[in-house]
Structures are given as C-alpha cells and as structure tokens.
Design a protein. Sequence first.
Length: 152
Amino acid sequence: MAKYELAMVVNAKIDDEKRVAVVKRAKAYIERFGATLGSTTEWGRKRLAYEIQKMHEGYFYFIRFEGPTTAPNELEQTMRIMDNVLRYLIVRIDDEAEIGDPNETDVTLPEETEEAPAEEAAEEAAEAVEEAAEVVEEAAEEVKAAEEAVQE
C-alpha cells in the first residue's frame, strides 16, 4: 500500500457545520475505497492566488491516507463532483514527508561575506567622480595661471 495526501480547498462562504461535513464526507470516501486514514491538517481560511468560482478565499485541508494504487483515481472521480470543494489534488508522498505550517518559514539567507556587485560598482563610480573632480580643479588652476601670464 502506498501513502497519499489529499489537499483540498473548501468553499469559505459556507458555515462551519457544512464545511466539517464536506471534510467528513471526503474521509468517508477515502475509507470506502479501501484506504486507511492518517492525519488531517487544517490550515484554515486563506486567500486564494486567483479567483475560483467568484471566490477569493477558501479553507485548506490536508488529509493523509494509505491505500491501494486504485484509491486515488476513484477518489478523484468522487471529488470532482463534490459540492463546496473548489480545488483538490492527490499526491503520493514519501515516508519522511511532513506537512509544513504555512506560517512557518525555514528559509536560510546567505551570510553577507562580501559586498554585492552593485555596491562595489557604486563605490568605484564615486571614486572615479572624485578623481575627475580633482583633474578638473587642476586644469582650472592651470587655465587661471595662463590667463594671468597673458595679462602681464
């Protein structure tokens, strides 16, 4: 038997009792197709990336189960016609896979060991501007000295 995870987005406009009934019905279908239920995780109400059936929010649920290889296909056929399920996805998972918390981030940023190329370029440009200003000042002094020499 393989392990699977059903991810589903439930209509956010229905009341809590109907939403719980939708999840219970999905669990009953999973068991009906010969699979054993695992953990169920509710991520709660989240904003959708794009509008689905004129809705901008949905409740996200993740249901893990273990069953025969025929269970996902049979479950997909049933999920396709379920009311109040906006989207669903069934994936096969590894033994070590864990459901993450959507509010938790484990992104590690690289340490700042050297300056970014843009910052280096900006510093080099500033130095070049200072050198150019010095050259212009020297040229201006030479021109002034030449004008004074001509006037004498």
